[in-house]
Design a protein around this ligand. Sequence first.
Ligand code: AMP
Length: 368
Amino acid sequence: MITLHDLQFTPYLSEQEIAIAISEVAARLNADFAHKKPLFLGVLNGAFLFASELIKQFEYECEVSFIKVSSYDGIQTTHQVQQWIGLQEDVTDRTVIIIEDIVDTGTTIDTLHELLMAKGCSALHVATLFFKPSAYTKQVAIEYVGMEIPNRFIVGYGLDYKGLGRNLTQVYQLKQRKMTNLVLFGPPGAGKGTQAEVLKEKYDLVHISTGDVFRYNIKNETALGTLAKSYIDKGQLVPDEVTIDMLNAEVEKNPEAKGFIFDGFPRTEAQADALANLLSGKDTEVSAMVALEVEDEVLVSRLLERGKTSGRADDADESVIRNRIKVYYEETAILKNYYQQKDRYYGIDGVGAIDAITERLSTVIDAL
Ligand code: AMP
């Protein structure tokens, strides 16, 4: 592990892996541009090492130049190319090969492409050591790619973090703070709320119960509360759009969280997709769906019992309770499959003493 300024990075790609990737790009360039006298145009500063290694391996006549551009500010791409220096060569009717260290959102390549096409070059190609397909938002074809990488921040081999790290011979990635994000799952009355209270203390996690947030809004007579009440009172789901926005806001309130317990969310596939998106933006994911499995008749009697003291209208009426259970099986239970396919589903027997059930949950969580 290395430290650059305030951040820690762990090894990601070895010198050998980088060398192989460069040789593969070089072989393709030798095949495609043998007698075309290309002008290699390296994009400074990041591409200096890649450009030098790549061009050394190009076996035919070529010219080499550099252009300087910068679009990063710390580790966030600014979506704005900030400065240009260079391009003295006449590119009219030339074959130009842009050499980039990394193509991320594509802002740099896109503006450079526009600039060079406007200057009349006849053919324009892009060779990049790294490409982040999931971050790329532009149309320009990225033809010569050393390695596709996921959307994470890397340094080394020409790439920097606030000016440092360009001289590293390997590539490092930002050390991920591993979060534990649990989806606590199960039908109404399965004991999610009770277990969440215990688990949040035990694992130092932030507990977000969408039902509780709705009830808080109802109590405080907010616009969200009024809207949610019309669904909750009938035992129906609040529309996805409203619920997802609310959940996003709750997560954003806790930027320092070590992880979350999502209780009552997601309840639909759209919500599960939204959660995956939200977490991937934070470079993390759902660690596990832990599902409390309890028979329907046990649920009904538990909820009727809770209704005597909870003050919840949706617990007091057996037909509303049965509707909530029905909605669970019709709309929510499919999520078991969703997380099973990702190998993240853990079913747990939800009948027994509270402590015993916590034990069963902890066994799963400790092994994550
Ligand atoms: P709960 O406290 O989890 O039993 O939720 C109580 C009620 O709030 C549910 O019956 C729904 O009407 C609403 N609700 C809670 N979470 C969600 C969600 N993720 N999506 C839609 N509606 C929800």
